[in-house]
Design a protein around this ligand. Sequence first.
Ligand code: DGT
Ligand code: MG
Ligand code: MG
Ligand code: MG
Ligand code: MG
Length: 268
Amino acid sequence: MAKSKFEYVRNFETDDTCLRNCYIVVRLDGRNFHKFAEQHNFTKPNDNRALGLMTRSACSVMEELEDIIIAYGQSDEFSFVFKRTSNWFKRRASKFMTHVASQFSSSYVFYWKEFFGEQPLLYPPGFDGRVVLYPSNRNLRDYLSWRQADCHINNLYNTVFWTLVQRGGLTPAQAQERLKGTFAADKNEILFSEFDINYNNESLLHRKGTALIWEKQDETVTKRMKLPNEEEKDVQVTRSRKKVQAYHCDIIGDQFWEEHPDILEDDN
Ligand code: DGT
Ligand code: MG
Ligand code: MG
Ligand code: MG
Ligand code: MG
């Protein structure tokens, strides 16, 4: 094909190929969700409709895009981990980031009503994205541990804060003052001794966030079959299908990884 004299502009594109052998992580975060949550009457500290919609959108990303082995989400963020051998879009960072962000954002709007019902979506939400590469299984696990530790720290704080406000009758400013300089043990103690709440019995979804992985599931369907020289008949056919499965459990310790040895590829 003849080239136009404009073709040279292509050379202005920069190379953003992700280093080989590394896990490619795309993390999305809701843009200005402090305001978005207020405007859409999210319950405090956790809104299960909002968390459900985030997870539904993340499932769509896993199902529609290639090579995602695990995703982890909490609050208004979700991280997607692509397998280290992925060669999707020749490992171009911008393709990964933009496909994840746009698939997630359109799903968030598309599935809004399924979760929020009569609560209208007042304006189009947006999500920022970034790409980070992790060269070893240890680094990748530490990344996911970092996000889950963040979930724990924020959720413990928010749980005590809103309990002090909603049940303790403190103003937000007073609750903030009360919690200044407190450690995790102090927060647990406030919940337990003043409100009879054992933090460890609070919902796992809120304390641990959501990990999405692929799992094989047997699916049995009835098929009408016609064999040569035989009558047509119904036959049960079982096949194994990969499905996205959600977990709300600890992913910092070894147990989760030992129970799901297929998620990570060997380091060497
Ligand atoms: P950004 O990310 O810099 O554009 O700004 P934000 O406002 O999104 O800040 P970020 O991402 O650090 O914090 C997430 C905000 O979203 C935080 O203000 C609380 C809000 N949020 C997330 N999930 C829930 C929820 O389930 N309930 C309520 N009430 N708020 C939530
Ligand atoms: Mg932020
Ligand atoms: Mg945000
Ligand atoms: Mg956030
Ligand atoms: Mg195109």
